[in-house]
Design a protein around this ligand. Structure first.
Ligand code: HMG
Length: 445
């Protein structure tokens, strides 16, 4: 069976930086520690006046296609995952293709284009669709472009405002890929939930605390399903465990629950039992409250053990590095976590070729998905070609007044006249509205 997976990745961050400790916390009258320590976030990336989900997606895709020497005819499928779409009919992928056709000679006339929606898990679902399309042999030698792009903005004064972000991750899916191949086993945890949603509105309605509980519950179910479907979860078998990262503090809460599950029935569980006692099992308790108390107590002790700490610091902590600097990118977030983990290996000079990633995706509403990936021999060259850290460094650090202005610019209910805070260069920009209410774009040399 042909191996299929991610051959190349390019990332585009919003050009503005909102420093949460220095700029946001003082204006909110909050202790900076809430952001940096509690949520684990230093800054949010935000889009300048001329940036949006299309420009970020098109800029990432343009860079990816140029670097890989691709022409539009090489691409048989473009899927955009987003929860920030501005059109209920025309998919964002058509806008992105239109942008790219401005700079390439050919066109995407025969590429199947679509848009994937299920909150933040849609990016992983779009990867899945591309994998299945290629595995089914319907690609005719062509590749798929999957783009996760979002402007993850919350209404002003919503608690979610602390976790905002904006950016796009473009991924090329192909046979015999350079970065990772997808393993076939998957696990799902999926239920009709009302915790975070956007019923025909721009900014989400969020029950923040509940959304965190729903995240943990669906992840647990997905893990159980993954194991039932034959997936291996032994903690030592994975170089990194990238989670969907709305903010690093969420991953800090999910990781011990995942580890607890992964060590069951292993030599690690036995060693831990000697130190902190055996893992409580639900059938040993008369009531669910008693079980919950016991498992909460056990999980607290687990987090203090050397085994857990070493695993967390090696396999999980490095995956939240980029997120801590850019915030939540919704559909792109777990794909940033994958890249972040691989950069850790690159920086440490560690060859992780042939090792696996356990990828834990999540979308509110709500669904978690877990699958494994195997790292391929071209991963170092691909990572070295990426510019994400330079882009993060180059962002324009905005004042609180500028933040208020830029939030209004991206608020569909406001009419504003705010000047760009950065100067576009060799990139796609938003260029005003067309006669049918469409958004228009042009390439700036
Ligand atoms: P909040 O209520 O403003 O924050 O909102 P808090 O008071 O709970 O504080 C946050 C943490 O900082 C807490 O840590 C505090 O103790 C700590 P915890 O107790 O939870 O471990 N803290 C401090 N630590 C050190 N020094 C200090 C200090 N002060 C406080 N001085 C909330 C937090 C996450 C609820 C809010 O930001 C929110 O609503 N966010 C949006 C929803 C969200 O991100 N949910 C996550 C799960 S759902 C998901 O991931 C899906 C999503 O990506 C969307 C999609 O799928 O499409 C969101």
């Amino acid at each position: 069976m042909t191996e299929v997976g991610i051959d190349a990745i390019e990332i585009e961050t919003g050009k503005l930086k909102l420093d949460l400790a220095e700029t946001f916390a003082p204006a909110q009258g909050e202790d900076p520690g809430k952001y940096t320590k509690g949520l684990g976030l230093d800054a949010s990336s935000l889009p300048d006046t001329y940036e949006d989900i299309v420009t970020m997606a098109a800029n990432a895709s343009h860079r990816l296609m140029k670097r890989k020497g691709l022409e539009p005819e090489d691409i048989g499928r473009i899927d955009v995952a987003t929860e920030s779409a501005f059109d209920n009919s025309k998919p964002v992928s058509t806008y992105v293709a239109g942008c790219l056709e401005q700079v390439f000679d050919g066109d995407f006339l025969h590429a199947n284009k679509g848009e994937r929606k299920f909150a933040c898990v849609a990016g992983t679902q779009a990867l899945d669709d591309a994998f299945n399309w290629i595995r089914a042999g319907r690609n005719q030698g062509r590749k798929a472009l999957v783009i996760a792009t979002d402007t993850a903005l919350y209404a002003r004064d919503d608690p979610g405002e602390a976790t905002q972000g904006a950016g796009a991750v473009a991924m090329l899916i192909d046979e015999n890929p350079d970065i990772v191949t997808f393993e076939p086993e998957q696990g799902f945890g999926s239920a009709d939930e009302t915790d975070f949603l956007k019923p025909n509105q721009q900014f989400p309605s969020v029950d923040g605390k509940r959304s965190m509980q729903v995240y943990l519950a669906r992840m647990r179910e997905a893990m159980q399903d993954f194991v039932r479907n034959g997936g291996d979860v032994h903690p030592e078998n994975f170089a990194y465990v990238p989670f969907h990262t709305p903010f690093p503090g969420m991953v800090r809460k999910a990781a011990p629950l995942g580890y607890r599950h992964c060590v069951r029935g292993t030599d690690i569980e036995e060693a831990l039992a000697e130190e902190i006692g055996p893992q409580p099992r639900s059938d040993e308790f008369d009531t669910s409250e008693e079980f919950l108390d016991a498992i909460t107590e056990y999980t607290k002790k687990l987090q203090e053990t050397d085994q857990y700490r070493e695993w967390y610091e090696r396999a999980v902590e490095p995956t939240v590095d980029i997120s801590s600097q850019v915030g939540n990118w919704y559909t792109g977030s777990v794909h940033l976590a994958r890249v972040s983990g691989l950069f850790d290996a690159l920086d440490a000079g560690r060859d992780v070729t042939g090792k696996q990633l356990l990828v834990a995706s999540y979308g509110s509403g709500a669904q978690a998905e877990i699958h494994a990936e195997t790292i391929q021999s071209g991963w170092q060259d691909e990572l070295e070609a990426m510019t994400i850290f330079e882009q993060i460094e180059d962002r324009h650090d905005i004042s609180f007044q500028e933040y208020e202005d830029i939030h209004d610019v991206h608020n569909h209910d406001e009419t504003t006249d705010v000047e760009p805070m950065t100067t576009p260069h060799e990139e796609f920009v938003f260029d005003g509205w067309g006669r049918m209410g469409e958004r228009q774009y042009r390439y700036v040399e």
